[in-house]
Design a protein around this ligand. Structure first.
Ligand SMILES: Nc1nc2c(c(=O)[nH]1)N[C@H]1C(S)=C(S)[C@@H](COP(=O)(O)OP(=O)(O)OC[C@H]3O[C@@H](n4cnc5c(=O)[nH]c(N)nc54)[C@H](O)[C@@H]3O)O[C@H]1N2
Ligand SMILES: Nc1nc2c(c(=O)[nH]1)N[C@H]1C(S)=C(S)[C@@H](COP(=O)(O)OP(=O)(O)OC[C@H]3O[C@@H](n4cnc5c(=O)[nH]c(N)nc54)[C@H](O)[C@@H]3O)O[C@H]1N2
Ligand SMILES: [Mo]
Length: 749
């Protein structure tokens, strides 16, 4: 019998010796295991663990109301019973006085991978039974895409990702992959809900072996793994739409686009084409025009056009491109360019969105409708697009636009968060910290003394995946893992299920919350329901899961879901009248009457070049573009306290990558501590000089635990969200725009 623990970044084997010491090992069936995951055991036992419930002193002293001191106060240890009593009293009073919509339990975040202990599912179940809560919608990952894609290709984002042409199919027929934002392998280490085997690298290798050419269009050379031998085209951040418009311009002028594809499968090309040729605003989107915007030589733009005309091409767009000012545009334009190349619906090309942004995109597995924890229904209709949290706290009752609708921000008096870290994920943290002082009460379930815990009033200590039994049951991964408990709950911590059970008991709905089931009962329930769903789906091939006992004993099960060679939109291509897209026209909408009818100033009827609010084409005091990409050695802020992340810090600070020219202009040497700053904040980081980043751009990955010195107004650890701007992608998508940020940099003495 083997024991396994499963995480968003991979599955690991563990053993426990006679002194209860846990040893983690890579799982031998995973050919590309994630090294940083081995740090989980130390992190689960480190001195930053929260040992018991706490209450913030200033909040308690101020009659359980905000005193404006969140984030700079002391905490008092309290018993579990006292913590449940304080929290349930606040919940009841808020509900009674202001109604359930005054409770914000959007609780966005990745939490941990298990299906049962998934924190957000527990939050939803608890609060739905309590009468509901104001919620959040979309993700930080791809909010602009989530809103845009249904309008232009008629699919929600997840169906689009599931539709992606498989690596297998691409490797056979595609000749060129044009990667906007690259395909950083480090990002494919993870998949929300857990990873069995890592497959992205093999997919890429298969393409290379079959002679597929890769071109990396990105400010950062490292975005293309070196074995791809990708040609590097350094582009100014946030200007990809302009480059793609110029490519479209060349295709139109040379009569080199696929007219029959455009006619049969798309609508609104003409209006777009008029714009590209400057007939609408006198601005011809020529290579010369785009060169000035993108800083790519005219010759290179023309060469790129020649390539995509002569080779069967996939337009690949990483998710990062739409986490930027007007982030809807590069995606819409990428799809338009792919339509002009005419290979959508075949394995020779088309478009892809985030092939290496997470592990599963482009795999050959069917998606299985696994059971999750039943969560009930939220009777409260108030919601915000997820990244509008500071706006909501600042401006209760104000109206705002989202996807053609006018919505109103609810008036929040109590925040409950479990499994996410806004002091990691949100932009403009100095603004968030101020807005965060407004609600009466903030309650969190947290594992570590990270900034999320330090900015709360009541802290419930949660435990890790090592301390509980669970199932890894990710619909986008063909491995199921029995996640077994490796250690007792650390000190006085509990599972989120136990925490919400304790609260439900105080509030009088324990039985409906637990349904009289224990942890193992729930796990078996989820297994049984999933088993039935699986059997139903594959009844023709007579497939079924093993018994729970057999599975639990073995520790994992590789689902024999049929491998399929997926080709995005192949049915639509074969017969567009029988298999129309779910758009108003049934076709790909290069122009959208729906979006046009919203009459938005920041998202027009077709793809369009908007100047970003901050970019290298218009600099003054802050001449460097900051990219805050995903970190290599952790998941967001998770495991920043573990060995791999710590080992890569510079004097304990997050490394910032600087081009040698920018460094020498500022007399900065490798390893210096530097100050990054703009009008929104100041951050210390460690200089890492490299010409893999283009001049004018610096890279500070996300996830260093926010460590503010509030007196000096300096963040001391290298958290980029002190510098990023908090404004929506547009009034259509309202997504976050972390990748649109200008800064300046100087050496500290
Ligand atoms: N500047 C910048 N900012 C970004 C991004 C960027 O590219 N640049 N990317 C954005 C994106 S795409 C995302 S998805 C977000 C990610 O943002 P988050 O998902 O909020 O980040 P995590 O660090 O994963 O936060 C998870 C938190 O849950 C806690 N946790 C883990 N397991 C459990 C559990 O079982 N129970 C409880 N109660 N807590 C648990 C962890 O300790 C951690 O504090 O960040 C966004 N922010
Ligand atoms: N190891 C690890 N993997 C992760 C995560 C993690 O925390 N750690 N987080 C996961 C999550 S939640 C998500 S959403 C995905 C995100 O996946 P992505 O959005 O694809 O990831 P990023 O790392 O933000 O961006 C990838 C690259 O895009 C480039 N880029 C940024 N802006 C521009 C631009 O305007 N133009 C061009 N051409 N390039 C640009 C940057 O150089 C950056 O390195 O990653 C997932 N994978
Ligand atoms: Mo994400």
């Amino acid at each position: 019998m083997s024991n396994y623990v499963s995480t968003h970044w991979g599955t690991y084997k563990f053993s426990v010796d006679e002194n209860n010491k846990i040893k983690l090992d890579n799982w031998e069936l995973d050919s590309s295991p994630t090294e940083f995951g081995l740090g989980l055991v130390d992190a689960a036992n480190d001195k930053l663990r929260i040992k018991q419930p706490y209450v913030r002193k200033g909040w308690l002293d101020n009659n359980c109301k905000s005193d404006g001191n969140r984030g700079r106060d002391d905490f008092i240890p309290i018993s579990w019973d006292k913590a449940f009593e304080l929290a349930s009293k606040e919940l009841l009073e808020t509900k009674k006085t202001f109604g359930n919509s005054a409770i914000f339990a959007g609780s966005y975040g990745w939490a941990s991978a298990g299906r049962f202990h998934h924190a957000k599912s527990q939050v939803n179940r608890f609060f739905n039974l309590f009468g509901g809560f104001s919620s959040s919608f979309q993700s930080y990952s791809y909010a602009a895409a989530q809103t845009l894609l249904p309008h232009i290709i008629g699919l929600d984002l997840y169906s689009t990702l599931d539709e992606h042409t498989s690596w297998e199919a691409l490797s056979k027929e595609c000749e060129l992959i044009l990667m906007f934002g690259g395909m950083p392998l480090k990002n494919s280490k993870v998949s929300a809900g857990g990873v069995g085997k890592h497959v992205t690298k093999q997919g890429m290798i298969k393409c290379i072996e079959n002679g597929v050419e890769f071109i990396n269009i990105s400010p950062l050379q490292d975005d293309a793994p070196s074995f791809l031998n990708a040609k590097q085209v350094a582009i100014r951040p946030n200007t990809d739409t302009a480059l793609m418009l110029a490519l479209a311009n060349i295709l139109i002028k040379n009569n080199a686009y696929d007219k029959s594809f455009i006619k049969k499968y798309t609508v609104g090309f003409e209006s777009f084409s008029d714009y590209v040729l400057g007939k609408k605003n006198n601005q011809d989107c020529s290579p010369e025009w785009a060169s000035k915007i993108t800083n790519i030589p005219v010759k290179s733009i023309k060469k790129l056009a020649e390539k995509i005309i002569s080779k069967k091409t996939l337009i690949s767009i990483s998710w990062s491109l739409q986490r930027a000012s007007r982030g809807e545009q590069p995606l819409w334009m990428g799809i338009t360019l792919a339509a002009m190349l005419g290979q959508i619906g075949t394995a020779a090309g088309g478009f892809g969105f985030g092939y290496s942004s997470v592990n599963s995109t482009g795999d050959s597995y069917d998606k299985i409708p696994w059971q999750s924890l039943p969560q009930g229904v939220n009777p409260i209709k108030d919601f915000i697009p997820v990244a509008r949290v500071t706006d909501m706290l600042e401006k209760p009752g104000d109206e705002f636009l989202y996807d053609g609708k006018k919505l109103t921000y609810p008036d929040i008096k109590l925040i409950y968060w479990a499994g996410g870290n806004p002091f990691h994920h949100h932009q403009d943290l100095n603004r968030l910290v101020k807005a965060w002082q407004k609600p009466n009460t903030i309650i969190v379930n947290e594992i570590w003394w990270n900034p999320q815990a330090l900015h709360a009033d009541i802290i419930f200590p949660a435990n890790t995946a090592l301390e509980r039994n669970d199932l890894m049951l990710n619909p986008r991964d063909p491995t199921i893992v029995a996640n077994k408990s490796a250690m007792k709950s650390f000190e006085n911590s509990k599972t989120d299920f136990e925490i919400f059970s304790g609260l439900a008991k105080k509030l009088g709905f324990l039985e409906s919350f637990t349904d009289n089931k224990s942890e193992m009962d729930w796990i078996k329930f989820i297994w049984d329901k999933s088993s039935q769903a699986y059997k139903k789906k594959y009844k023709e091939s007579d497939l079924s899961l093993p018994s729970f006992e057999e599975f639990w004993e073995k520790g994992y099960f590789e689902v024999p879901a049929p491998r399929i060679e997926k080709i995005m939109f192949d049915k639509f291509r074969r017969d567009p009248s029988r298999f129309p897209l779910q758009t108003p026209s049934g076709k790909i909408e290069i122009s959208s009457d729906t979006i046009s009818s919203f009459q938005l100033p920041d998202c027009h009827s077709h793809p369009y070049w908007f100047e970003p609010y901050e970019w290298l084409g218009n600099v003054d005091e802050y001449p460097l573009h900051l990219i805050s990409n995903q970190p290599t050695h952790r998941l967001h802020s998770q495991l920043d306290n573990a060995e791999m992340s710590q080992k890569n810090k510079i004097h304990g600070k997050e490394p910032v990558m600087i081009n040698s020219k920018d460094a020498s202009d500022r007399d900065i040497k490798n390893g210096d501590i530097v100050l990054l700053y703009n009008a929104r904040g100041k951050v210390l980081a460690g200089a890492k000089i490299s010409d893999n980043i283009m001049p004018g751009v610096v890279v500070l990955s996300t996830g260093a635990w926010f460590d503010p010195d509030y007196d000096l107004n300096i963040e001391r650890h290298g958290n980029p969200n002190v510098l990023t701007k908090d404004v929506g992608t547009s009034s259509l998508g309202q997504g976050p725009t972390c990748h649109t940020t200008l800064v300046e940099l100087k050496k500290t003495s």
